[in-house]
Write a protein that binds this ligand. Structure first.
Ligand code: SF4
Length: 223
């Protein structure tokens, strides 16, 4: 199922414009918070005079304007690992609230998203892999433009691969549909394995383009 990228090439910090301060993004699975964690984040931000706290597009919380000498202490005080700038691996999974809270949702994105995150987060890959889950085809978590996207339907999950939302927006291709949670987990593992076997240092969509979607699909689905 792949190797976890626990030894990061850096400390989960990115140097900012001006090269004097850093951005760090603590790992908060699914971006799910409780009041105690929010209080802790506020306390740590005050203690270290964090210049700015901003929600990221991947449902994380970014700390900006950090002094280099405070990076380790901030992670320590938060009791969190780095969640951003963690190299070539599966990044923190993003998901909407699905049928846990949204009346339009068909599938339980929260439970499934946390399960995928726990299983695959930090698994080494040739380039970063973004995974997201949306509870219905409204696609609020932008699952159609992620390397791996799950979209809930009344019959199960649709599984899309190879999407990206850079300057050349690419919609993921439908690999399978009507999947149960277990089937979707199994296929995600096989997609990552297949990606690693190819060993091409490009984003998943470009690798699929290179080898051909039909071939990639047969290898993953075992048909
Ligand atoms: S994608 Fe669907 S289930 Fe998820 S928040 Fe949007 S409308 Fe609700």
């Amino acid at each position: 199922m792949g190797v976890k990228n626990e030894n990061m090439p850096n400390k989960g910090a990115a140097v900012e414009k001006g090269l004097e301060t850093y951005t760090i993004i603590p790992y908060i699975p699914g971006g799910i918070l409780d009041p105690a964690t929010l209080h802790k984040i506020a306390d740590v931000a005050e203690k270290y005079q964090v210049e700015c706290i901003k929600m990221t597009s991947e449902h994380k919380i970014g700390f900006y304007g950090i002094k280099k000498e405070n990076i380790d202490d901030i992670f320590h005080d938060l009791g969190m690992k780095p969640g951003g700038h963690i190299g070539k691996c599966v990044r923190g999974v993003k998901f909407c609230t699905g049928n846990t809270f949204c009346k339009k949702g068909y599938q339980n994105t929260v439970e499934m998203g946390l399960r995928i995150d726990e299983t695959f987060h930090r698994t080494k890959t040739p380039a970063k892999v973004k995974i997201s889950l949306s509870g219905c085809t409204r696609c609020c978590a932008e699952s159609a433009v992620r390397d791996i996207g799950l979209i809930g339907t009344p019959k199960g999950w649709k599984l899309l691969v190879g999407g990206t939302c850079g300057l050349q927006v690419k919609k993921g291709k439908l690999l399978a549909k009507d999947l149960s949670d277990d089937q979707a987990m199994d296929y995600i593992g096989k997609i990552i394995d297949c990606y690693n076997e190819k060993g091409i240092q490009k984003r998943l969509g470009r690798v699929i383009d290179k080898i051909g979607f039909d071939k990639f699909s047969r290898e993953v689905l075992g048909e």
